[in-house]
Design a protein around this ligand. Structure first.
Ligand code: MTE
Ligand code: CO
Length: 422
């Protein structure tokens, strides 16, 4: 149904089904339309003329009516776009897969444009045979396909001291969930032959920031991938074309893009991105280091500040996403009243390891203000904490790894706002 400005009575539509209790049976929002609706009676231009033929769009793009569905940044957050971030429009997406063109971007030195013909991956350090692979060489190893979320450790970092940014795109949008095609890092390391003294790897990016992170050998041999495709097609330049490292469940900073070298060593390197950055300053002034795993987290994407309830009281679909760096999300609870009553949401779609999960909660909105929250449970039994519980352990100095429960206040008009109830 499309709402045009002449149909202002839309929020007084009569629902054929009524009286559904919160958390009750699925709402069927059948709508009795006003007689004389021009959207039905008029013959539209698209029904009177032939459309564009095949090949008009050799590479398809979304409908022109979806132009608002874009990544966005917060200009005052960073000094310069080459070392900055933009955010995935979570409130405009559904299911679990992030379309390639909408994956948030985080670059420390802009987007490197790497010619695949000149692409090389070097393996050196504590190995029997230092090796250099071309892209074609990499594609001759056995391939795997895995869906994983990538969350920047700084996602929700602005929210430590209280509600800040008005929209889940900005509070939670440093995440994307993509199906990667690539080869297992362990197969490449085996080709080079890791010496028994080799306990750590140091992936390095080919961009001007030469991003490096120390990764323990157990993780490198477990589930890390050297990926060249996302959602079936070549990686986008923003995401590290032609090759990036995939480090499932671990903070996004370790997923080195434009991967050019992997050094094997016997100790962590303590480079910039694991000392001055990506450590967590605790209340007592000490810094926690190596907090690689992303804890279970969730957010309601609709309703939310960028996606108000526009249809008025009655059957309402609440939805959101949840994820954990330690496994799957068997359960998400939601509350409509700021945590007084928790109700179990309905999970839908694939439940994959270290991947985003989708939840829904259908309820009959009575038009009264709501305080919406969601709380993820992961497959280890861990339950997403309140922000207060998190601050009790971590203090208020942190930036990274904020997985606290998010609250949206929804007023009688359906307008939503970022608030904190802890
Ligand atoms: N790799 C390189 N080479 N250069 C970078 O700036 N940024 C890191 C990581 N890998 C970065 C990098 C950070 S902090 C994050 S959160 C992710 O890439 C972001 O990946 P994306 O741009 O695909 O969202
Ligand atoms: Co990051």
């Amino acid at each position: 149904m499309t709402d045009n400005p002449t149909r202002k009575g839309a929020n007084r539509r009569q629902f054929l089904t009524a009286g559904l209790a919160a958390g009750g049976a699925a709402a069927t929002a059948s709508v009795a339309h006003a007689a004389g609706d021009p959207a039905i009676l008029e013959i539209k231009p698209w029904a009177q003329e032939l459309g564009e033929g095949v090949d008009a769009r050799p590479y398809g793009t979304p409908s022109e009516f979806e132009k608002h569905v874009v990544r966005r940044n917060v200009p005052w957050l960073t000094a310069d776009p080459v070392s900055s971030v933009n955010f995935t429009p979570l409130h405009d997406l559904d299911g679990i897969i992030t379309p390639n063109g909408l994956c948030f971007e985080r670059h420390h030195a802009g987007i490197a444009i790497v010619d695949p013909a000149e692409y090389r991956l070097m393996i050196n350090g504590l190995v029997d045979r230092p090796l250099v692979f071309t892209l074609e060489d990499l594609k001759r190893f056995p391939r795997v396909n895995k869906v994983h979320f990538l969350e920047c450790a700084a996602n929700s970092g602005m929210e430590w001291r209280g509600a800040q940014l008005n929209g889940c795109q900005f509070t939670h949008g440093m995440i994307h969930n993509v199906m990667y095609t690539g080869v297992m890092l362990r197969d490449i390391l085996a080709e080079a032959g890791v010496k028994t003294t080799g306990k750590w790897v140091l992936p390095e990016g080919a961009d001007a920031s030469a991003m490096t992170r120390s990764i323990p050998m157990e993780k490198a041999l477990d589930d890390c991938m050297v990926a060249f495709k996302m959602n079936g097609e070549a990686l986008y330049p923003e995401q590290g074309y032609p090759v990036r490292l995939v480090v499932p469940g671990w903070e996004g900073n370790m997923w080195v893009k434009w991967l050019r070298r992997i050094e094997v060593g016997d100790m962590p390197w303590h480079h910039r991105e694991e000392t001055s950055k990506y450590t967590d300053l605790l209340g007592d002034g000490k810094a926690r280091r190596f907090t690689w795993e992303m804890d279970a987290k969730s957010v309601i994407t609709n309703p939310s500040p960028q996606a108000p309830i526009s249809h008025g009281p009655g059957p309402t679909v609440l939805t959101g996403v949840a994820w954990s760096g330690r496994g799957t999300i068997p359960r998400v609870d939601v509350t409509l009243d700021g945590g007084a009553n928790w109700l179990q949401a309905r999970m839908d779609g694939p439940s994959l390891d270290k991947s985003m999960h989708r939840f829904y909660f259908e309820f009959n909105w009575d038009g009264k203000p709501l305080l919406l929250q969601s709380r993820a449970h992961d497959s280890t039994g861990y339950i997403q904490p309140t922000k207060d519980a998190l601050r009790a352990v971590r203090g208020e100095n942190s930036i990274y790894h904020n997985n606290g429960i998010q609250t949206w206040y929804v007023n009688e008009q359906g307008v939503a706002e970022n608030v904190e109830v802890s």
